[in-house]
Design a protein around this ligand. Sequence first.
Ligand SMILES: NC(=O)c1ccc[n+]([C@@H]2O[C@H](COP(=O)([O-])OP(=O)(O)OC[C@H]3O[C@@H](n4cnc5c(N)ncnc54)[C@H](O)[C@@H]3O)[C@@H](O)[C@H]2O)c1
Length: 335
Amino acid sequence: MEKKLVVANIGMKFGMCHVEGAMNYGAEIAAICDCNEENLRFAGERYGIPEEKWVTDYMDIVNNKDIDVVTVAIPDQQHVKVSCDLLRAGKHVLCEKPLALTREDIEEIIRVADESGSKFMVGQICRFTPSFEKTKELIESGTIGDIYFIESEYAHDYMKLCDDWRADPKRHGVIGGGCHAVDLIRWLAGDPVEVFAYGTHRLLPMVSYDDATIAIMKFDENTMGKVFVSTGCKRDYTMRTVIYGTKGTIICDNTSPEITLYEVDEEGVTKEPTKIPVEVNNHNAAKEFEVFADAIINNKPVVTDAREGAKTVEVCLSIVEAATTGKIVKPNYEF
Ligand SMILES: NC(=O)c1ccc[n+]([C@@H]2O[C@H](COP(=O)([O-])OP(=O)(O)OC[C@H]3O[C@@H](n4cnc5c(N)ncnc54)[C@H](O)[C@@H]3O)[C@@H](O)[C@H]2O)c1
């Protein structure tokens, strides 16, 4: 019988979905960690995890030789330090997005992940959202022909969400939240070679950075893209995404129960759209953990590894730079 994966989870707010993902997989939860005792107790009681497995210092997990896999869901500024400590101790690490907030940190985590021989995954969870998985399948099967334009948006009202670490200028909305939309268009259409952007600051009084940004980008001579990020928007959360191809168009969203697919007839004329039902599962942590566990157990490559997470952050940093300088920026994917 295969050995059960022994897991620890750090950060007991959003990170509770990693506890659920690991439990759903049938892993053994050896420890949960949060420096806030109230959050730790809440999660421990909610999942029936005995108190002797609750820790407030993540170094107890680093130093526990029995633990194989650790999930990290703590403020973005700490992703690299904590992940590096865990990787150096031989743990496989699933760390929340964004991978890092600076180029320096990106280089550090790539170096440590390469040296460690452990598996490292960035939790770009939208790649496991059913509507986006189905969209990827339709694109790859040629249903809409060649993509000539892709647009995605991350519109999420942070009015009540914006605590101190989210207000840190380094954690610009384009990097912290917008990385979901940027990662999605990279996954569906490839890496943009040039970006340009405008930003405005109208809605979130507690931040000093732009709370709305629009970026346009070029992928190749025939493919263009657009990403809109608004972290102060007055509407429900959405990641509406539209992919325009030479033979059809797909409209999808992480919060909608259906995908709209337009196809053409033999003469190239647009037909009535097809509505494809999809499960709404915005945070598919179960699938995410399953994919990571499969990579560990069967020694497969991790798709959203440190370099892949780095490319997404690089595009986000380029968007912020373009909006600040008013110049076209070419992302540098050399890591
Ligand atoms: N994939 C997604 O859709 C998604 C959604 C929300 C958050 N996130 C990411 O998850 C991470 C956590 O976000 P959140 O919303 O849970 O933040 P949060 O601030 O609500 O919670 C963070 C938790 O981590 C704890 N913590 C902070 N530093 C710690 C440390 N050094 N050791 C142990 N515990 C520590 C805090 O006490 C708190 O309970 C962030 O990286 C965020 O970007 C991802």
